[in-house]
Design a protein around this ligand. Sequence first.
Ligand code: HEC
Ligand code: HEC
Length: 337
Amino acid sequence: MFNFHKDHKSLVIFSFLGFLILSLGIAVFPAYQSQNDTAPLPQVEPMNQAEIRGLAIFIEEGCVACHTQQVRSIEMDKTWGSRPSIPSDYYYSKQRMGTWRQSPSILGSERTGPDLTNIGMRQPSEQWHLLHLYNPRIVVSESIMPSYPWMFEEKANPDEGEKVLPVPAEYRKKGREIVPTQDALNLVAYLQSLKQAPLNNLPPEFIPSTNKKLDETTASTEGQGKSLLPDGKNLYMTHCSACHQAEGIGLPGAFPSLVRSPIVNDEDPELLIRIILQGYDARANFAQMPGFASQLSDEEIAAIANHERSSWGNNAPEVSTEDITNIREFVIKEQAL
Ligand code: HEC
Ligand code: HEC
């Protein structure tokens, strides 16, 4: 049917189709999906115009050649942020720059200079950043970072209201003052905006209490026929909803949805209970979940698990306090090994 040796048209069409299918499958669809699978953390403000222009200058000047913006969950990265980066952190900076321009890749792979994920927290001063850009040696004497003097103007008589940088005499020509351009100010606005949002504003109830016993006020009056369990919904709201949200829908790119989750609905509750006891950090596209073994009693965990297994359209068999006790014992033995 296809004679690639003699019919050049079928060769061209065939390779073009192959190229198209591979491009869609490997690049376009996954990118589209990850774009829709991520939402910003609630505390994060969208970037303003100055910050967006600053990001463009950051890319233009090739700052990414020496600076990363990714905190990995390994020991050596602990100095760069309060936690490892998650997809939600990149929500705004990963949006397309325009119809024809892709979202920029600012993750970086070289750390000749420090990671900048949290630089807005570490160094909030605008003046410091401006001086550092004009000539890094002014503020860090041993710095090997290049200077960016083209983002500044030398003026004999700066206008009133212009920002004159306090550049020491040995770094400028006699009689000349150094004034930042709008580019420099935008770039610094961008750097100041780089702050790692806390994963959640944990409510005060989160503070671990060591000897929590089943207390009567949280005990539900329903279901007294079977075992008397505390109010699972209440416990879920205080311990889980800050991340997984009241309706269990989670936050894409940070916290998974529990609605129709195969883990929550699994007939065998072992993994679900292990996750509540030990926490979970299995997938790169979500943040880390802390364990609750020291904060929640077996009754409380059973109540929460049952609330999750019977709410929001989930439907799985009930778990008992004994299930939790058994799995907790097993986990403790495992950890002792
Ligand atoms: C050739 C590599 C290189 C390039 C390119 C580079 N830097 Fe740097 N940068 C460094 C080094 C090394 C340091 C650490 C020494 C210092 O603070 O000056 C640094 C430090 C910094 C710091 C301070 C970080 C901290 O934790 O104190 C900021 C902010 C910064 N750079 C921003 C930029 C920006 C913005 C650009 C692009 C306009 C840029 N850098 C380009 C190497 C580089
Ligand atoms: C600090 C935020 C946080 C809190 C609080 C939290 N979780 Fe999670 N939870 C996560 C994250 C993040 C994951 C995904 C971890 C991964 O996959 O690496 C997760 C995963 C899960 C999963 C697996 C769901 C699935 O289908 O992937 C379940 C079930 C779960 N959590 C239940 C709970 C319960 C029950 C509580 C309350 C006792 C709770 N979580 C509290 C952050 C949290």
